[in-house]
Design a protein around this ligand. Structure first.
Ligand SMILES: NC(=O)c1ccc[n+]([C@@H]2O[C@H](COP(=O)([O-])OP(=O)(O)OC[C@H]3O[C@@H](n4cnc5c(N)ncnc54)[C@H](O)[C@@H]3O)[C@@H](O)[C@H]2O)c1
Length: 416
């Protein structure tokens, strides 16, 4: 009875409703604070200022603030040289950003986006300070890639106005932004934040607060299954890359991409997703990649990864056997589609949002679930089933939603 009375009080409480209305009012005139002037923070500040917001870009390091400002001036001047922007536009963008190492200056902000070091304690401590400074109606967000929104929000007095707003690198160029409400986030603050990011010209998708959100979860087999095929000796790295690009239409092969991202970074993400999923074998990291990290062969940044980028190095040539290439492509694609189906099955995101995320966040040539419909659910299910029968490993279990679609003769998008 007491509980029911509390609920009614909350619904009828006018202060609470006013707060909700305020959440809906984010627009061009809202002040935005970005916390952390590194790679992501600088990019997010650029986007917000380009849209017309006044932006406070805060960092604890004055050296970093200087680098951020100099980097931004360089990028924007290049836009003028290429006649993509006028000098007036660039001057406007720069004049709207206040670079600051004084956190107090963000007090009038309506939206705060945090992009500091990926460390839970530091993020929680920072949000505790932010919450004391800004108005109670301000929306607070984290750009975290691997921490849960719930864990960061636990440090806040008002977790209902806190959510994940996950940009991709480079933020000004990548269209996709994942919007992640935590278990305590109010629907109003999610809606308000999402409408604003849409207005910034981004493609937003909504994801449940689960490890890797959409992109960093669904993309795991692109690396993981490629590495497994390589470790089994089915094909070498150049052949796998050739198959994925030439036959699959991917812009980069998995090994080229891992070399570019850096094996230290890619391995850490895989390891973290594996742990977060309670060691589900679908996400198992690979020894081949671990050894590269241990040997310091981190990819392009150290001159050697799977490929050798040093001068006079011998080029890796693929085996262009079409049948081998198709086997490689179909195996990786089956695992990617299976993972995309699992994200829908576990209500992480909708069919449409999973496809939008993969085409806009990592530039896949087609949405994976649309692709499954085109290939035929029966064929994809057959690929997965064959792998499971052959290996008898839980890693290859066909997703129940894929199986259900196959049994009911349904597609992900209805008739195609
Ligand atoms: N780099 C990416 O590809 C990428 C993509 C999406 C999301 N993210 C996430 O964005 C966040 C930032 O990543 P990044 O690559 O921009 O990192 P970065 O290392 O380039 O920048 C982090 C910045 O935070 C500053 N900083 C550290 N502690 C601080 C504090 N207590 N207060 C204020 N500033 C502080 C550092 O001085 C640095 O400038 C992380 O949570 C990361 O997971 C990164």
């Amino acid at each position: 009875m007491v509980l029911m009375a509390d609920c009614l009080f909350l619904i009828q409480n006018s202060e609470y409703s006013n707060q909700i209305n305020q959440f809906m009012n984010l627009d061009k005139h809202s002040t935005v604070a970005v916390i952390g002037a590194g790679t992501m923070g600088t990019g997010i500040a650029q986007i917000a200022s380009t849209f017309g917001h006044h932006v406070y870009l805060f960092d604890i390091s004055t050296e970093q603030l200087k680098q951020s400002e100099e980097g931004l001036v360089k990028i924007l001047n290049r836009q003028v040289e290429k006649e993509r922007m006028t000098q007036d536009e660039v001057d406007g963008i720069l004049s709207r950003i206040t670079f600051t190492n004084n956190l107090d200056s963000i007090e009038g902000s309506n939206l705060v986006i945090e992009a500091i070091v990926e460390n839970l304690d530091i993020k929680q401590g920072t949000f505790q300070k932010i919450e004391k400074l800004v108005d109670e109606n301000a929306i607070l967000a984290s750009n975290t890639s691997s921490l849960s929104i719930a864990s960061i929000s636990s440090s806040l007095n008002h977790p209902e106005r806190f959510l994940g707003i996950h940009f991709f690198n480079p933020a000004p160029l990548m269209k996709l932004v994942e919007i992640i409400p935590g278990i305590s986030t109010s629907p109003e603050s999610t809606k308000s934040a999402r409408s604003l990011i849409d207005a910034w010209g981004k493609t937003t998708v909504q994801a449940k607060d689960t490890p890797g959100f959409i992109v960093n979860r669904v993309a795991r087999p692109f690396y993981g299954e490629a590495l497994r095929i390589y470790e089994e000796g089915v094909a070498d790295h150049a052949t796998i890359d050739w198959a994925m690009k030439e036959l699959g239409g991917f812009k980069m092969g998995p090994f080229e991409l891992m070399d570019l991202i850096g094996h230290d970074v890619n391995y850490k993400v895989t390891e973290s997703v594996f742990k977060e999923f309670y060691y589900d074998p679908r996400f198992k990291p690979s020894f081949a990649q671990k050894r590269l990290v241990e040997a310091g062969r981190l990819g392009r940044k150290t001159g050697v990864g799977f490929y050798d980028y040093r001068e006079d190095a011998q080029k890796s040539e693929p085996n262009k056997d079409r049948k081998l290439g198709e086997n490689v492509l179909n195996r990786i694609l089956a695992m990617l589609i299976n993972e995309a189906a699992d994200a829908v099955f576990m209500n992480v995101a909708s069919v449409e949002d999973v496809d939008l995320a993969m085409t806009n966040g990592v530039n896949y040539p087609r949405g994976l679930l649309k692709w499954a419909d085109e290939i035929g659910i029966e064929t994809v299910y057959h690929w997965m089933n064959t792998l499971q029968v052959e290996y008898r490993e839980d890693r290859y279990r066909p997703n129940p939603l894929l199986k259900r679609k196959y049994k009911n003769e349904e597609t992900f998008y209805g008739n195609i």
